[in-house]
Design a protein around this ligand. Structure first.
Ligand code: MD6
Ligand code: FE
Length: 224
């Protein structure tokens, strides 16, 4: 199979000598690190299980009154929530009223190292949105703009069934590239790309040992 990043006409710029992880520059400030999370997949799997036990995945409602096809939960000091009244960060899980589960150390370290590999030093995320895609679930084109600090990047970790990431521009009508994201891939989204439009195409039916028919995505952010 052709390298999936090749779909968008991308070329690997570097090969990390130590990890063998290929780095693709998607755009200024946006970097794809292929397989960067693979070394820690067992620890990340346990962490996601613990988070979901404490704060179960749920289908949130959009401000427009639709049920999101992606099931979500959070960990960290703040969690992203959507409801009829809008989008916001909350330091409590609205379902239980309790604080979100802590951001696991393995995710903090993974995010910090990925950010550093992409050129963002001193990354200090305080929120992690955990997305679960079942077959057919999708995320429409959006920008992540509910955070207070756009100088810090978002670090996005893909796990399980592969998906097509829709990578747009700074305007909604800009051309959208399609990038295959596979198990273990990490995207760092910051700098001049921090407010680009992006989304995820409907998940195809497939199986992967990590989460059966599902895709799990972690997006770490600095919210406050
Ligand atoms: C996902 N990702 O891959 C959804 N947002 O499931 C995002 O919405 C996202 O990957 C901001 C930065 C990177 C991302
Ligand atoms: Fe996003």
């Amino acid at each position: 199979m052709a390298d999936a990043a090749g779909v968008a006409g991308l070329r690997s710029r570097d090969l990390f000598a130590e990890s063998g992880v290929a780095r693709y520059d998607l755009a200024p400030g946006a970097v794809l690190l292929r397989g960067f999370a693979l070394e820690r997949e067992a620890a990340v799997a346990r962490a996601v299980e613990d988070i979901a036990a404490a704060a179960p995945f749920r289908h949130m409602e959009t401000p427009g009154g639709f049920r999101m096809s992606v099931a979500m939960t959070n960990c960290g000091r703040y969690g992203w929530v959507s409801s009829a009244s809008g989008y916001r960060y909350s330091d409590r899980d609205p379902v239980s009223g309790a604080p979100w589960p802590a951001l696991p150390v393995v995710m903090q370290e993974l995010a910090r190292e990925a950010a550093s590999a992409a050129g963002f030093s001193e990354y200090s995320p305080d929120a992690c949105l955990v997305n679960r895609y079942e077959p057919g679930a999708r995320l429409t084109l959006h920008r992540d703009k509910d955070e207070r600090d756009f100088t810090q990047p978002i670090v996005s970790v893909s796990l399980g069934v592969p998906a097509t990431f829709l990578f747009g521009g700074l305007k909604r009508k800009d051309r959208v590239s399609r990038i295959a994201l596979e198990h273990g891939d990490v995207v760092v989204f910051g700098g001049p790309s921090r407010l680009r439009y992006h989304g995820v195409a409907a998940l195809k039916s497939a199986q992967h040992p990590f989460a059966g028919p599902n895709r799990i995505n972690l997006t770490l952010r600095r919210a406050s």
